[in-house]
Design a protein around this ligand. Structure first.
Ligand code: BEZ
Length: 257
């Protein structure tokens, strides 16, 4: 378990073990964006926000040389245990210079709340004509969870923004940022991806919103139960299966030559 400053810059605890149990699907759903990347043997690729490296390993399997970067020590440790060249790096402060054929990212850019700094670092890291291909949370992502947390936070006298360090842009908003940094956008789509939650709303909330619930001390369980009840009508189906109301933004862009 790691704690304190994490991949997001927010105070949050990450454990690669609990991540594995509750949100392993995050890397399993990365196949579509990997197809957009279309990695070639011998290419040098940066996996930005590599997490525990589950998808990085698949990139390496295509014959590319891949460096993983993440701001969570726990994830970097887990990625190194898989044999990955994984570096502890804040995505807002990339220091690579014209080194990569492509920068890839799955389910990480929404944690980086200064997107212009991230995009500028990616542009510096790419060779001229290099590709930036990524998928992350788009506008409307986890809206039911966020609305319930705000309502319960207000009702119980807490701060809903304590751990809401996310950036969920529209396709126009993100395209504009990419173009301002010298990229041309080949394709960009935003789509709903209701995603089954193996450990229900409770498992997701315990991992993703721990600081919000921790602020309630002895009333932590009460806050959790209240949020779960509030999202149940929209996130639990008639069979009892829970879903996260994920919205994804996926794009492929190219740096000018
Ligand atoms: C996401 O992958 O969309 C996500 C993960 C954690 C918190 C919020 C969103």
């Amino acid at each position: 378990m790691s704690s304190g400053q994490n991949r997001t810059g927010a105070t949050q605890r990450w454990s690669s073990d609990t991540y594995e149990e509750n949100v392993r699907f995050v890397s399993e759903l990365g196949a579509g964006v990997m197809e957009w990347l279309d990695p070639k043997p011998g290419e040098r690729i940066l996996d930005l926000g590599c997490g525990d490296g589950a998808l990085t390993i698949k990139l390496i399997g295509t014959g590319a040389t891949v460096i993983g970067a993440d701001a969570s020590e726990d994830f970097i440790q887990a990625a190194r245990e898989k044999g990955i060249d994984a570096r502890l790096i804040d995505g807002h402060a990339l220091t690579f210079e014209k080194e990569f054929d492509a920068v890839f990212s799955n389910a990480a850019l929404h944690w980086m709340t200064q997107p212009q700094a991230v995009i500028a670092g990616v542009a510096r890291a790419l060779k001229p004509g290099g590709r930036f291909v990524a998928e992350f949370g788009g506008f409307g992502n986890v809206a039911a969870f966020c609305a319930a947390i705000r309502a319960i936070g207000e009702m119980m006298g807490g701060d809903a923004a304590v751990d809401e360090p996310w950036f969920f842009p529209t396709e126009d908003q993100y395209s504009g940022m990419l173009e301002a940094a010298g990229f041309s956008v080949d394709k960009i789509v935003r789509f709903a991806r209701p995603t089954p939650l193996p450990t229900g709303a409770r498992g997701w909330l315990e991992i993703m919103r721990a600081p919000f619930f921790d602020q309630f001390g002895e009333r932590r369980e009460e806050a959790l139960d209240r949020v779960i009840s509030a999202v149940e009508p929209s996130l639990r189906d008639h069979t009892g299966q829970w879903f996260a109301d994920y919205v994804r933004l996926r794009f492929a862009a190219k740096l000018s030559s």
